[in-house]
Design a protein around this ligand. Sequence first.
Ligand SMILES: Nc1ncnc2c1ncn2[C@@H]1O[C@H](COP(=O)(O)OP(=O)(O)OP(=O)(O)O)[C@@H](O)[C@H]1O
Ligand SMILES: [Mg+2]
Length: 248
Amino acid sequence: MSLASDIHLPALQLVNVSMGYRGAAGVVPVLHEVSVGFPERAMTAVMGPSGSGKTTLLHCAAGLERPVGGKVFLGSTELADSDERELTTIRRSRIGFVFQQFNLLPMLTVYENVGLPLRLDGRRVKRQVVMEALRQVGLEDKAGRRPAQLSGGQQQRVAIARTLAAEPEIVFADEPTGSLDRSTGRQVMDLLRRAVDKAGRTVVMVTHDPLAAAYADRVIFLVDGRITGKIDHPTADEVAVELSRWEL
Ligand SMILES: Nc1ncnc2c1ncn2[C@@H]1O[C@H](COP(=O)(O)OP(=O)(O)OP(=O)(O)O)[C@@H](O)[C@H]1O
Ligand SMILES: [Mg+2]
């Protein structure tokens, strides 16, 4: 199935996506027919209680896991139509991922880490591209270091440089500020925001932090594997009010 004729496509669209995991007592459902579009050149935050399915949603959307039902469209490409090899190619060429724990390779230098996705995708690693990505995150002077020689915030900025250098259509970020203090978290959010505003990236980010969510153009709330609400142009206060409903 193709949606190529529609020029107003969201960058990413989930249609009735269901997911579950096999447990001792059969399949435990995690996502229940979730339908949501993520507009291009925008940042969407996904929030919800622990265990509500946020990471699972990101993994299904990024082609890291196959949903048991429904469809995922990346632009006009339907991921379910792709075999494992094609999915790997799509992930390498069109998707970037930023994790809570940075996921840098410890034996590679900062420079080599940033160039790695390009190399894996069979593209030439141009020094200028890698150094420009490092410059954007303010770490061009750390190119020769190993990740262990950097602070947590610096490592997360390297992880962001790594996704920027590969120029993906969509950047997925799973609690990118979860391991950082508040002011370092703010720097990381500024970078993701700039990736949207200056480089035209689409960002889908899971966060528990209302201050981080306020950087987004839209927040969607996921509770027990279902989307229960959304806020456009959220403020931290509005988000905090919504969160306090679950915490009662
Ligand atoms: N690989 C897996 N195998 C079995 N169950 C899983 C697997 N991954 C996730 N789950 C279960 O699916 C549910 C949703 O998990 P998920 O990681 O998506 O939640 P989350 O919203 O990201 O939570 P958190 O905020 O704590 O990161 C949980 O009950 C979890 O135990
Ligand atoms: Mg999670």
